[in-house]
Ligand binder design. Structure first.
Ligand SMILES: Cc1ncc(COP(=O)(O)O)c(C=O)c1O
Ligand SMILES: N[C@@H](CCOP(=O)(O)O)C(=O)O
Length: 462
């Protein structure tokens, strides 16, 4: 299996190389040269299997000979052993044809753990073999950062630098990132928003001298391995509702487009997904784009679902690549236009291709709060604000096909918003009960690239 860049001008890589590389050297994102499909019988056989067994079947065709079957099975088992629910991703019924996929039973209480725990295992196995050392830099609007820290803390061959927007993550999210005592963890609070952090990360990848010197690796969803690991729960949940014998749809609270893109890959692999519904908060660039055909950046508006406060939605580039017939040059052109003007217009053909798979909805702050309140009253489920955005949009898209909404974080990560909506302050699990007493360690940074690079060089000794 070879991996190619969405901009068509970077070297082809193996799975292992793509995983350790992050962003392609032409600024694009890696994708498999072709997406393998699973047969009807293979999908049907997943009924009754464990999450780990399904994970092996789904991911194996993408990893080539990076790991033996036995090694890969062990790494998968280790990745999910620490989850707080036997099913890993349990499905709950909210209404006759509406289901909630709880993705917050991992160590940091967000869906990011599904991929990050596995990537932590894959990196360790790969680096252990080669003896290499890497510097991971991640940009976060709150959840990727803590998941990455949890997955890589304490490792001797990895330094982890996490850039988060100062004052724009919840207090629980911030403390999850700043209270890790391990010397290889560096939490950096950046003046700006998530897009500032992600922009700095991409600038560092595009500075080849720096990139090679620190051996830069990325664990945001620009890393294909992140997306791949997230494909699994689309299969596990759909099969438990009767796939491949019947269709399902998914509504996904969306920011950087990584999670919903994993659903798109599941669909390409043969999972009968009717629609993938993009649910956005007031930062609704994707909803506007699907509606009007114009991808127009705006300033980021802080919301009660802060992890989705994103304008430049990185993985949308992967969907565009397919929508433009896998023409890297066409994608490079629109991305250049985005960089220079802050906007681009999707061609009619590409827009039509996107609309065949995706539809979208946007909810306001008041609607998000109302969704938390109503879901509690009607279905006895306490949602985080991101999951509430998903649920509110899903309700507008319910039909004959069962709808699965992804619950992407635990409500206790966002206690203020949940309490304001319901009067209930959700408690952290006992293992995190002392989070507010732990000492914080954080470095405040401006959005200055040179200063950030100097800090990374100094701390890694590269
Ligand atoms: C809780 C939560 N929900 C939804 C999202 C959006 O997911 P994605 O960025 O993959 O679109 C994020 C951030 O990624 C998140 O942390
Ligand atoms: N919502 C994310 C933003 C980064 O997304 P990623 O999936 O590309 O890592 C976060 O919580 O950090």
């Amino acid at each position: 299996m070879k991996y190619i860049s969405t901009r068509g001008a970077a070297p082809e890589l193996s799975f292992e190389q793509a995983m350790l590389t992050g962003l392609a050297r032409d600024g694009g994102l890696y994708l498999p040269e072709s997406v393998p499909s699973l047969s009807h019988a293979q999908i049907a056989a997943m009924a009754g299997q464990s999450y780990e067994e399904i994970a092996f079947t789904v991911m194996k065709p993408f990893i080539g000979d990076t790991f033996t079957d036995a090694e890969f099975k062990t790494l998968i088992a280790q990745a999910y052993a620490g989850f707080g629910h036997d099913a890993r991703a349990p499905l709950k019924q909210l209404a006759p044809n509406h289901f909630l996929l709880e993705l917050f039973h991992g160590p940091t209480l967000a869906f990011k753990d599904f991929a990050m725990q596995l990537i932590g295992q894959l990196f360790q196995a790969s680096l252990g073999r080669s003896g290499e050392r890497v510097t991971i830099v991640g940009a976060t609007s709150g959840d990727t950062g803590s998941a990455a820290i949890e997955a890589f803390r304490g490792l001797s061959n990895v330094d982890v630098f996490i850039l988060f927007p100062h004052g724009r993550v919840s207090e629980v999210q911030r403390r999850q990132m700043t209270t890790a005592a391990d010397a290889n963890v560096h939490a950096l609070a950046v003046d700006g928003d998530f897009d500032t952090c992600q922009g700095l990360l991409k600038d560092m990848f595009n500075d080849f001298e720096f990139r090679d010197r620190v051996r830069l690796a990325g664990v945001n969803s620009i890393n294909w391995a992140r997306v791949l690991a997230q494909v699994v729960y689309y299969f596990s949940s759909a099969v438990s509702l009767g796939a491949p014998h019947r269709k399902v749809s998914f509504t996904v609270p969306t920011g950087n487009f990584g999670d919903i893109f994993a659903g798109y890959i599941a669909r390409q692999m043969g999972l009968p997904i009717e629609k993938l519904v993009i649910a956005t908060n007031q930062n609704d660039i994707l909803h506007r784009c699907l509606t009007t055909g114009v991808y127009q950046t705006d300033k980021v508006h802080p919301s009660i679902s802060p992890s989705m406060d994103i304008q430049v939605s990185s993985n949308f580039e992967r969907a565009l690549f397919d929508a433009y017939g896998r023409e890297g040059a066409a994608v490079a052109q629109v991305m250049d236009e985005l960089k220079s003007t802050g906007a681009f217009t999707v061609s009619q053909g590409a827009l039509q291709a996107l609309r065949e798979v995706f539809t979208s909805g946007r909810v306001s702050e008041a609607e998000t709060s109302a969704s938390i309140k109503t879901t509690l009253a009607q279905s006895a489920e306490l949602l985080c604000p991101h999951s509430a955005v998903g649920t509110a949009v899903a309700v507008d898209h319910l039909g004959a096909t069962p709808m699965i909404t992804l619950a992407t974080a635990h409500p206790a990560k966002f206690p203020d918003a949940v309490e304001a909506a319901t009067g209930i302050r959700p408690a952290l699990p006992p293992r995190m009960a002392d989070l507010f007493e732990r000492e914080e360690r954080v470095t405040r940074m401006t959005g200055d690239l040179a200063a950030l690079q100097a800090l990374i060089l100094e701390r890694t000794g590269a």
